[in-house]
Design a protein around this ligand. Structure first.
Ligand SMILES: *Cc1c(COP(=O)(O)O)cnc(C)c1O
Length: 504
């Protein structure tokens, strides 16, 4: 039988899209996406539509009994998404920590879905496994830690931190724990972190059976860094009381104001007490590539494990997180098991690299491709430039807010700036009442800004002050955008202040 006739006689199924049709729909989609990216500044950041409005648009018909044409489905989906989404790729999006997606990542995801590799096992994903391994090596190189670090790509920062948390526990808890569990081994394991650590810690403590009381929230000092004296003291006291400290978490770029803990000092406290040192660098770690920030990140390479998020400051499209572990064997000790129906352990050159043995997932998508491609397209110099620019723009916002009579600049770290609107007239005289009013006003201002689509900011509460918060992980944001944001905030602020004061 000739090859061509074999191809032509492919079985007819409701799922296949015939080659010419696939090309046509595919090219159209690419055209639409290219136009969308090119004209993104003409879109509002969001239309602020309510869930109810969107449900009406979507309609409430049941699932189709007979299939529709792929062409129609793609046009309608594109229309729904391009006209009714909140665009984190917009130059004036700077809320939370969500980046504009690298265009090459969009193509990478399409290629990745086409080969549909299961990167849980090397046997099933020979090249993809090697690419992910290389990506992990590059990420370690990127943040400037030893090439000994190995690890795994995961869905994001939470999963990256969870993955490290369990590895820390396996490494430091009694060896019986894996079989006997927390109760039977009388485990009183304790975790230490600053009070500004991301909520994942509490989730991990609950998920893995330690309970939220096993987290010691250490206060922060005047610079908002973990107070390492209190940390030392708390560990000592806990040891006296019979607790088992096992892990300290340092943060490299806290989610609220971007502060980096004194990592070197935490590393030495961990060493003294034989504790696992984990760094949550989900947001900030990539900034360690900047030579001018070398001191700020001193101690990064002392960590037993590091979490970082390529879908934040490396601009990968969601989702991509990464756990790096200084001695990756700790991951295998934690996650590897060999059921009889798996025949994945060997290849011709010896032991194979199966990522299912390095983390919580079994079947794994090929999320490494988009990170790997972006790292090559941009290069370390390209990243240095873009990360430094994000920081510069954040400083510019801080400076402009500082100069403005009706704005108070509050914090600036990495690419996060917090500030608030303070109208010059019609404020309560009483200081306490004034502060309460300013919190109400800025909260109302943020709610409006998040709905009206001109700029997207989020919030932070700094020493009791409700602030507007901008986090720039956005290669599209320009100086002009920053200047315009100041105007938008002042204009909206004035209107809301008027409303609030005349309503009284
Ligand atoms: C974003 C972030 C997380 C959570 O990461 P996800 O990717 O949202 O799961 C955890 N820690 C820090 C410091 C973060 O910035």
């Amino acid at each position: 039988m000739k090859n061509s006739s074999a191809v032509n006689k492919r079985k007819a199924t409701p799922i296949e899209i015939e080659k010419e049709a696939f090309r046509k729909i595919g090219y159209q989609l690419i055209d639409t996406i290219a136009n969308f990216m090119d004209s993104i500044t003409e879109y509002p950041v969001t239309k602020g539509e309510s869930p109810l409005q969107l449900q009406v648009l979507l309609g409430n018909s049941g699932m189709p009994e007979n299939g529709l044409s792929a062409d129609e489905i793609i046009s309608r989906s594109t229309d729904l998404l391009l006209n009714h989404s909140l665009f984190n790729g917009h130059p004036k999006f700077m809320g939370y920590i969500t980046s504009s997606p690298a265009p090459i990542g969009i193509l990478a995801d399409m290629l990745s879905a086409s080969v549909n590799q299961n990167v849980g096992a090397q046997l099933l994903s020979p090249m993809a496994t090697e690419i992910e391994k290389q990506t992990i090596g590059w990420l370690a190189e990127f943040i400037g830690v030893s090439p000994r670090y190995g690890g795994i790509l995961v869905s994001g920062g939470n999963m990256a931190n969870f993955t490290a948390f369990l590895a820390a526990r396996t490494a430091k808890a009694s060896p019986e724990l894996k079989d006997d569990g927390l109760t039977k081994t009388n485990s009183n394991l304790m975790v230490y972190c600053s009070k500004s650590t991301h909520t994942w810690v509490e989730k991990a403590a609950i998920l893995f059976g330690h309970g939220s009381k096993s987290v010691r929230w250490i206060p922060t000092d005047s610079e908002n860094k973990m107070d390492n004296e209190v940390l030392s003291k708390t560990i000592k006291e806990d040891l006296k009381l019979g607790y088992q400290p096992f892990m300290v978490i340092g943060t490299a770029g806290d989610v609220s104001t971007g502060v980096v803990d004194n990592l070197k000092k935490i590393a030495s406290i961990c060493k003294q007490n034989n504790l696992w040192f984990h760094i949550d660098g989900a947001y900030g770690a990539p900034a360690a590539i900047l030579p001018e920030l070398k001191n700020l990140f001193d101690g990064l390479g002392d960590a037993d494990s590091i979490a970082l998020d390529p879908h934040k400051w490396l601009y990968a499209p969601l989702e991509a997180g990464c756990t790096l572990v200084k001695n990756p064997q700790h991951l295998i000790n934690t996650y590897s098991s060999h059921p009889e129906y798996y025949n994945f352990s060997k290849n011709e050159e010896g032991k194979s690299l199966n990522f299912y043995e390095y983390g919580l997932q079994n079947s794994r998508g090929f999320r490494g491709l988009k990170v790997w491609m972006a790292l090559q397209q941009i290069g370390s110099n390209g990243y240095k430039k873009m990360i430094a620019e994000d920081i510069e723009l954040s400083k510019l916002l801080f400076d402009l807010a500082d100069e403005h009579l009706e704005l108070e600049a509050i914090t600036q770290n990495l690419s996060i700036t917090t500030f608030r609107y303070i109208p010059s007239q019609n404020l309560p005289e009483n200081i306490e009442k004034k502060e309460i009013y300013l919190n109400t006003l800025n909260e109302a201002l943020l709610d409006t800004l998040q709905q009206d689509g001109k700029v997207f900011l989020s919030n932070a509460v700094v020493q009791g002050k409700y602030c507007l918060r901008s986090c720039i992980v956005n290669f599209r944001t320009s100086e002009q955008d920053i200047k315009e944001i100041i105007e938008i905030v002042i204009n909206e602020g004035t209107i809301i202040h008027q409303k609030l004061t005349t309503n009284k």
